[in-house]
Design a protein around this ligand. Structure first.
Ligand SMILES: NC(=O)C1=CN([C@@H]2O[C@H](COP(=O)(O)OP(=O)(O)OC[C@H]3O[C@@H](n4cnc5c(N)ncnc54)[C@H](OP(=O)(O)O)[C@@H]3O)[C@@H](O)[C@H]2O)[C@@H](O)CC1
Ligand SMILES: [K+]
Length: 543
C-alpha cells in the first residue's frame, strides 16, 4: 500500500510562439515533424468515436499541414481509412512538409480539394494552422472549419487539433474569425499560453502535450543567451517571456501545517473595507471568506451607517465603521467589496493607501484609482516590500485602469496584466477565463531586464468555471487573498494560491453537481477551506 501523502501537481511552462521557434531551430536536426505526426496518430486512434468510419484530416499550407500529412500516413499504416483535404501548393511547402506530403502520396494516399459532404466521420483532425497563423482565416479555410464543425456535430465525432485549434492565437488566446472549436488538442514541444486564457479553453478542449523528445527544460536554454539561441532580432523587443500554468506546487512552500503551539495572534488580523449603503453584503462575503480561510481575527469596516452591528451567520466577525477599521492594527487589508465611489469611499481609500500593510484593491477601489490620477500615483508609490499592493481587476476594471476598452484588454490579457503590474508596481490578477497573474518588477523570480520593459513573472490559472460568473465571487476572492496575507504569506504566492484555490473550489462544487448554473459565491467559501486543508496535508511530487 502506498502510504505517502497525496502529491501536488507540478508546474508546466507556457511558451510563446517566438520562443518555440527558437527551440525548434535549436533542435532542427531532430525529426520533430515526424514525431508530432506520430504522436497525433496515436491519440487519434484512441479518440475515434466509430472505428468503422474514416478519419477526416485537414492539412493546411504550412508545417501544421506537414504534421497532418504525417499523421494521415501513420493512420493509413494502421489500416485506418483516411480522407485528407488540402490545397497546399507543394512548391510553397517547407522541405519537411513537402516530404511529409510526398510520403503520404507515395504510400498510396489521395488528396481531396474539398470536404466530402456525405461521409460520416469517426474523427476530424485539424492540421490547418498552428502557431503560424496571424490573421482571420481566408478562403477556403473559413468554409472548411465551418463545414468540419457542422459535420462533427452531425456525426457526434471528436475534433483533434494539432498544436492549437486552427484560428486560435497561440500567444494571446484570441480567436481569429473562422476559428475551429476542437474537443481535444495535442500541443507540440511545450504548452502554450493561448490554450489557457480568453477563447483558448473553449476552442482547445482537453489539452495534452507531446514534447517530441525535446527535454522539458530545453526551453530555458533557448530563452537565455545559450549557444543554441538563434541570433537576437528586433522581435526580441516584443518577446513575451515564458510563463507558468499555475498549480499548487507553485505555492507549496507556503502550505505549512500550523504548529501545535498556535494561537489566534499568530494567524493575523484581516481587514475588509467596503459595504456602502446597499452593498454591505459584498463586505460581509469578503469578511466571511477571510474568517473561514484562516485569518486569526477578521474585521469588517462598512461605510453604510445603517450596516448591521453583527453578522448573525458568522458572529466571529468584528463589524466596525470604516474609519474605526482604518484605526485598527491590521496584518492585511482588502479595500473594495461594495465600497462605492462617493467622497467617503475616496477618503477612506486614500487613508488605506497610506497604511504600511499588504493591501488588496478590488471593485470600486480600482474604479476610484482609475478615475483619480492622485490615487493612482499613491498606489504606484507604495513600498512593494513593506506595503505590497495586490490588484484583482476584471477586464472592464483593467480597461478603466489602462484607459482603453475591454476588447483591447481581452485581445492580449497577458500584456494587460504585465502592464498593470509595471504601472502600479503591484501584483495583479486579471480575472476572467484563464485568470492572468503578473508580478511587479523586482519581486521574486522577476527578471527586470526583459526587452519589452515589462515584468517577466506571469502565470495563467487553469482552475475555475463559468459558474463563477456571478455576483459576489470577486468579494470572496478578496477575502481569501487577505486571509492568506494575514497569515503571513508573501503577496505573490498569496495571490496565486487564492486565485487557484477559489477556482478549484468552484470546480469541486460543479463536479459534485452544485453548478455551474446557480453556483453561489457563498458556497465557494467552505469548499475553498476544505481544499486548502487538503493541500496543506499533501506533498510535492517526489521528482
Ligand atoms: N514549432 C515547433 O517546434 C514545431 C512545429 N511544428 C508544426 O509547425 C507549425 C508551425 O508551422 P508554420 O510556421 O509553417 O505555421 P502554420 O501554422 O502551419 O501556418 C503557416 C502557413 O499558413 C499561412 N497562413 C497563415 N495565416 C493564414 C490565413 N489566415 N489564411 C491562409 N493562410 C494563412 C501562411 O502563409 P503566409 O502567412 O506565409 O502567407 C503559411 O503558409 C506548428 O504549429 C506545428 O504544428 C511541428 O511540425 C514540429 C515542431
Ligand atoms: K491546428
Amino acid at each position: 500500500m502506498d502510504t505517502r501523502s497525496p502529491r501536488l501537481p507540478g508546474t508546466s511552462p507556457l511558451l510563446p510562439a517566438a520562443l518555440l521557434r527558437r527551440l525548434e531551430a535549436a533542435h532542427a536536426a531532430q525529426p520533430l515533424m515526424a514525431r508530432a505526426g506520430e504522436a497525433a496518430a496515436r491519440w487519434a486512434e484512441q479518440l475515434r468515436s466509430d472505428s468503422a468510419r474514416p478519419v477526416l484530416v485537414l492539412a493546411g499550407p504550412g508545417n501544421n499541414g506537414g504534421d497532418a500529412f504525417v499523421c494521415a500516413t501513420r493512420l493509413r499504416e494502421a489500416d485506418i481509412d483516411v480522407v485528407v483535404v488540402s490545397r497546399a501548393d507543394p512548391a510553397r511547402l517547407s522541405a519537411d512538409a513537402h516530404a511529409a506530403r510526398q510520403a503520404f502520396l507515395d504510400g498510396g494516399g489521395a488528396i481531396a480539394a474539398d470536404i466530402p459532404v456525405a461521409t460520416p466521420w469517426g474523427l476530424i483532425v485539424d492540421g490547418l494552422f498552428g502557431i503560424g497563423l496571424a490573421r482571420d482565416l481566408a478562403a477556403p479555410y473559413a468554409a472548411w472549419t465551418a463545414t468540419a464543425q457542422a459535420q462533427a456535430r452531425r456525426d457526434h465525432c471528436p475534433i483533434l487539433a494539432l498544436d492549437v485549434p486552427s484560428g486560435l492565437d497561440a500567444d494571446t488566446g484570441r480567436a481569429w474569425a473562422g476559428a475551429l472549436q476542437a474537443t481535444h488538442t495535442l500541443t507540440f514541444l511545450a504548452d502554450k499560453p493561448g490554450l489557457h486564457t480568453a477563447d483558448g479553453p473553449d476552442l482547445a478542449g482537453a489539452v495534452r502535450i507531446a514534447e517530441l523528445g525535446v527535454a522539458a527544460t530545453a526551453w530555458a536554454a533557448a530563452a537565455s543567451g545559450s549557444p543554441n539561441r538563434a541570433a537576437s532580432t528586433a522581435d526580441d523587443a516584443h518577446l513575451l517571456p515564458p510563463g507558468r500554468l499555475l498549480a499548487p506546487a507553485d505555492f507549496a512552500p507556503w502550505l505549512k501545517p500550523r504548529p501545535k503551539n498556535s494561537h489566534k495572534g499568530r494567524n493575523g488580523e484581516a481587514g475588509i473595507l467596503g459595504g456602502a449603503p446597499g452593498m454591505t453584503g459584498a463586505a460581509l462575503l469578503a469578511g466571511r471568506a477571510a474568517l473561514v480561510l484562516g485569518a486569526g481575527r477578521t474585521f469588517v469596516g462598512c461605510l453604510d451607517p445603517q450596516a448591521p452591528a453583527v453578522d448573525i451567520v458568522h458572529p466571529e466577525l468584528m463589524l466596525r465603521r470604516g474609519e474605526a477599521l482604518l484605526a485598527t492594527p491590521l496584518s492585511a487589508l482588502a479595500v473594495g467589496p461594495g465600497l462605492g465611489q462617493d467622497d467617503a469611499a475616496r477618503r477612506d481609500l486614500a487613508t488605506a493607501l497610506g497604511l504600511a500593510v499588504p493591501l488588496v484593491l478590488d471593485a470600486d477601489a480600482l474604479n476610484l484609482v482609475a478615475r483619480e490620477p492622485q490615487l493612482a500615483a499613491q498606489v504606484a508609490a507604495r513600498n512593494p516590500g513593506r506595503a505590497p499592493t495586490l490588484l484583482t481587476p476584471h477586464p472592464a476594471e483593467a480597461a478603466r485602469l489602462l484607459a482603453c476598452d475591454t476588447a483591447a484588454i481581452q485581445a492580449d490579457r497577458i500584456a494587460a496584466a504585465r502592464t498593470l503590474a509595471a504601472r502600479f508596481n503591484a501584483h495583479v490578477a486579471l480575472k476572467g477565463c484563464g485568470t492572468v497573474l503578473a508580478h511587479p518588477p523586482g519581486s521574486d523570480g522577476n527578471d527586470p531586464a526583459n526587452p519589452d520593459g515589462l515584468p517577466t513573472a506571469w502565470a495563467i490559472n487553469p482552475s475555475g468555471n463559468p459558474g463563477m460568473s456571478t455576483a459576489g465571487m470577486g468579494d470572496v476572492l478578496s477575502g481569501i487573498v487577505v486571509a492568506l496575507l494575514a497569515q503571513g504569506w508573501p503577496p505573490g504566492p498569496a495571490l496565486e494560491a487564492a486565485v487557484h484555490l477559489h477556482g478549484a473550489a468552484a470546480d469541486a462544487l460543479v463536479a459534485a453537481g452544485t453548478g455551474p448554473v446557480g453556483l453561489t459565491a457563498g458556497e465557494t467559501i467552505p469548499a475553498a477551506r476544505s481544499l486548502l486543508n487538503r493541500w496543506v496535508g499533501a506533498t510535492l511530487p517526489l521528482g
